[in-house]
Design a protein around this ligand. Structure first.
Ligand code: 4AD
Ligand code: MG
Length: 461
């Protein structure tokens, strides 16, 4: 079988030759003794037109094909200079692998994203979702390529863990104990020593703490895997299960961290523009009209930098227009993040040095004793896409911070060891993979960039 992508990309080799393709019927039109089938095989954004005649031994069967059917077609590839597609196959043989029924849900009309979410097993067969999920795949590859080319070691951090990296208490518990009949308030008294791991465990919210241990051995590492958060926020940007990329770099500070984040994002954008031009054109035309111009501009310009304190000063001037009014000490909401990146800076912006109270325990305390060496990267259309920091590398200061927050030192022995045995400046960040896919495609709902999304009250398939 030849991939339709190869027919398009290496047309000269295949024109006037016999080829065989396999794919699914997107549409079919019959006349008395001939007809046209548009076939998509998933290897390329453009489909392929098949012309068939009543000379086919199974003409009657082919005529009755329904949209969605799986077929194999053998025939000559011929140029069609008059038509909008560059070529078509003149079928000599059409093999029906699997007919489809007339109630196939994806008929040739446009369906709403809401409706397509209810058939997440079929939606990759539509133009939009074919484009989204190929681009998602390419972004994943580009990320690995970026880090591997720079000799970062890919570390597989565990999904089941006993710790809460972000300290936000938004964890899904993992247990074999039957907690069904235990009232929520009594669950603290459940004897987890009887459980599989002999202690309470949960799905990881971040691989960072494990990642840091490997950065203290390999210098530069990254993780790329699923993370889980039981955040009860039903928004277009939050999923309960999402993927995160978390690089960690040793002998590096917050400045190095931002340089890494900026070059990574630019690398990914360039890679996708180069390797999925048809899909990106499609997004630009049908999903987000300014997409290509915006992304090209990002690649060619520097990200903006602002401290949290400066950002608050800017935001306070616009407080009357915000639902949540800000003042120093408040966490930034999506509306504030988007205002900064869309209205004030009009490009990606790094916000640094947040108050320690609104950030995690592991962040390095700044000399002012009030802020930490944290950074969030905000992008237009989304808000926060990256969260990172320089880590507290001083044993005493880290212990003190953990005490302030009531964290049990015994639970973090391994983490404190890193500060005892050859501690080094280090920093890292987490890129939300789904938000990155949204940013590059212009899709506005996280449910539409995850093959099978898990969100509040939704775990279909
Ligand atoms: O800002 P966060 O919570 O940072 C961390 O987890 C750090 N441990 C990262 C590090 O320094 N290694 O999450 C990082 C990113 C966010 O910027 C956001 O893009 C994404 O993860 N994210 C989510 N994406 C989808 N759904 C959710 N519920 C998300 N929560 C965070
Ligand atoms: Mg964050």
């Amino acid at each position: 079988l030849t991939n339709i992508k190869d027919l398009y990309r290496r047309k000269e080799e295949f024109l006037e030759q016999e080829v065989t393709i396999g794919g699914w019927v997107r549409s079919i039109r019959n006349s008395k003794n001939f007809g046209f089938i548009v076939v998509n095989d998933g290897t390329f954004f453009e489909p392929l037109q098949v012309v068939y005649h009543d000379g086919l031994s199974n003409f009657a069967e082919v005529e009755k094909l329904n949209v969605g059917a799986a077929i194999m077609v053998r025939g000559k590839l011929v140029a069609t200079p008059q038509a909008k597609q560059p070529f078509e196959i003149q079928a000599e043989e059409v093999l029906v692998e699997g007919q489809s029924t007339p109630d196939y849900p994806l008929q040739k009309k446009r369906h709403s994203f809401e409706y397509l979410r209810t058939i997440s097993h079929l939606r990759p067969r539509t133009n939009t979702f074919e484009a989204v999920f190929r681009v998602r795949s390419l972004i994943a590859y580009a990320i690995h390529k970026f880090f591997q080319e720079r000799d970062f070691v890919y570390v597989h951090t565990p999904l089941i863990t006993g710790s809460d990296c972000e300290g936000a208490g938004e964890m899904f518990q993992v247990t074999t104990l039957d907690l069904k009949d235990v009232p929520k308030d009594d669950q603290g008294a459940v004897d987890f020593t009887q459980d599989f791991f002999g202690k309470p465990t949960n799905l990881t919210v971040s691989g960072q703490l494990n990642g840091e241990t490997y950065a203290m051995a390999f210098k530069n590492i990254y993780t790329f895997g699923p993370t889980f958060r039981a955040e009860n926020s039903n928004t277009t940007r939050h999923a309960a299960e999402f993927w995160m990329i978390e690089p960690e770099i040793a002998f590096a500070d917050l400045e190095d961290d931002m340089i890494l984040a900026e070059s990574m994002l630019k690398y990914i954008i360039r890679y996708v523009l180069e390797h999925a031009p048809e899909e990106m054109q499609f997004f630009n035309q049908f999903v987000d009209k300014g997409l290509l111009e915006r992304l090209n501009h990002v690649v060619d310009s520097d990200f903006a930098h602002v401290t949290y304190t400066e950002a608050i000063e800017i935001l306070e001037k616009n407080n009357e227009n915000f639902e949540y009014k800000v003042s120093w000490g408040a966490d930034l909401q999506t509306e504030h993040e988007r205002y900064l990146t869309e209205e004030v800076f009009k490009r990606p912006v790094f916000v640094t040095d947040y108050p320690k109270e609104i950030k995690a325990f592991y962040m390095k305390l700044n000399p002012d004793n009030k802020t930490v060496a944290a950074v969030d990267c905000l992008v237009p259309g989304i808000g926060e896409i990256i969260g990172g920091s320089q880590r507290e590398d001083d044993y005493e200061k880290l212990c003190q911070r953990m005490e302030e927050l009531g964290l049990e030192k015994e639970d973090y022995d391994f983490y404190l060891d890193l500060r005892k045995y050859g501690t080094a400046r280090h920093a890292g960040f987490g890129l939300g993979f789904e938000r990155c896919v949204m940013y590059l495609t212009g899709m506005t709902n996280i449910r539409d960039v995850v093959p099978f999304p898990r969100t509040v009250k939704n775990c279909e398939l």
